[in-house]
Design a protein around this ligand. Structure first.
Ligand code: LLP
Length: 418
């Protein structure tokens, strides 16, 4: 993470000292490096440049408007999963012709919004959804494009909760049904089935599952062509994993090297939907040590952030590197880093060797730009934290810390309790 680096034993984000930002905005907060964000995006673009794919950033990984705007300016498209994401993308001036919409449960309102705004594709996840999109498009007097999200039934060797491409999971359409839908596509006069979509999972750290899925998809494409289906696009989904622990993982160029020959043979326009690869390493999460306590068996470093702010460790047992913002103490001790929430699952690290920390110290939880803020909640009546973006020597508060007033807005006491 060169955009997050130590100079004179102090952590910097681009040209700014992270501790200075902390003293200005208070803790906890998410901090994004603009440079790292666009670099990650362009790295993927460059790796796959021989086939010039449309890179649709998976907004679910980080939907901050500054992040969307920064990527839209670089030419990114967006992979969305809700009407809310669509509205945010449009507000940030994303090009609707570069927006693809996946979700197993699109509501009528969401479908209508997407049709009216002229998105590139619906990634259709079931037959009843296709029927509904067709009905609504007809009603609106529009013809829309769809890609069928097929479920290739390949396991992706990642955490079970983020595996998607097997038939044990709710996602996509099995090949038999998909072929039947394509064969009967004349029934859907307001929808053009123009492509296929796959997304086999997230935080994938080997190229193999993609090769396997692609080989299944390639033979399926042959079947579709034989059945008279006219495809233009293949969307490979997201999933490129990053190294949270420092171990070596394949980089975009490694994926490209293995996949480009296969993709060239497929001969369709390619869409990819990376989220984590672009946003994870572009963000850190900064929190402050409130207390240190030793119960005779274990030492606990209690910080001012909780699982409501960053849920990945609690939810997936995810590992995030933790670094004090000032690296002046060398002695390392084994600690649990925990939050103030009333659950034992509220932790950021278990049994981690860290430099000795004391009250008031600031720490950075690394690689937190993806699935960090977006998954945060108000559990325990805790306001959402601030989000900051740095470019060079400039910092900007790209999302204000949520006030108590904002937190309770919309809550009403019923008359019978007054
Ligand atoms: N496309 C589709 C259809 C997806 O469902 C996803 C992620 C992506 C693209 C982007 O995948 P990525 O490149 O970010 O791996 N909250 C979990 C990850 C959930 C992923 C959901 N789908 C986590 O914190 O690890």
């Amino acid at each position: 993470m060169a955009d997050f680096r130590f100079t004179n034993k102090e952590l910097y984000c681009e040209g700014l000292k992270v501790s200075t930002i902390a003293s200005r905005v208070g803790t906890p907060f998410y901090l994004y490096s603009y440079h790292k964000l666009v670099t990650n995006f362009n790295e993927i673009k460059k790796a796959f440049s021989p086939i010039n794919p449309l890179v649709c950033f998976a907004m679910k990984s980080n939907d901050n408007m500054a992040v969307i705007k920064a990527l839209a300016k670089e030419g990114a498209g967006f992979d969305i999963v809700s009407g809310g994401e669509l509205q945010k993308a449009l507000l940030a001036q994303a090009d609707p012709r570069k927006i693809v919409f996946a979700s197993v449960g699109k509501t009528d309102e969401e479908i209508i919004l997407a049709i009216k705004n002229g998105i590139l594709f619906f990634n259709v996840e079931s037959e009843p959804e296709l029927v509904e999109i067709n009905r609504l498009a007809k009603k609106l007097n529009k013809t829309v494009q769809a890609a069928l999200r097929i479920n290739p039934d390949v396991s992706a060797a990642t955490h079970d909760k983020i595996t998607t491409g097997t038939l044990q999971k709710k996602f996509g359409i099995d090949l038999k049904t998909a072929l039947r839908m394509i064969k009967s596509s004349s029934k859907y006069s307001s929808v053009k089935i123009k492509g296929l979509h796959i997304h086999i999972g997230s935080q994938i750290t080997t190229v193999e599952p993609y090769v396997k899925a692609l080989s299944k998809v390639s033979s399926f494409i042959e079947e579709v062509r034989a059945a008279g289906g006219k495809l233009e696009y293949l969307n490979l989904g997201g999933g490129i994993g990053i190294s949270y622990t420092g171990e070596k993982v394949p980089q975009p160029k490694d994926y490209a090297q293995r996949l480009l020959p296969i993709l060239k043979k497929v001969g369709l326009k390619i869409i990819i939907e990376p989220g984590r690869y672009i946003s994870a390493t572009a963000g850190i999460f900064v929190t402050k040590v409130i207390f240190v306590k030793d119960n005779g068996v274990k030492k606990f470093v209690i910080v001012d952030a909780g699982m409501n702010d960053l849920v990945r460790p609690s939810l997936y047992d995810a590992y995030h590197e933790i670094i004090p913002l000032k690296s002046t103490r060398n002695k390392r001790i084994k600690v649990d880093v925990v939050g103030p929430i009333c659950e034992s699952g509220d932790f950021f690290a278990h049994g981690r060797m860290l430099p000795e920390l004391k009250r008031g110290d600031l720490i950075a939880i690394m690689d937190a730009g993806a699935y960090g803020y977006v998954m945060s909640s108000n559990y325990n009546v805790r306001g959402k934290v601030a989000e900051i973006m740095v470019k060079g020597n400039q910092m900007s508060i790209v999302k204000e810390r949520e006030s108590f007033k904002q937190l309770i807005a919309g809550e009403n006491i019923p008359n019978f309790l007054k």
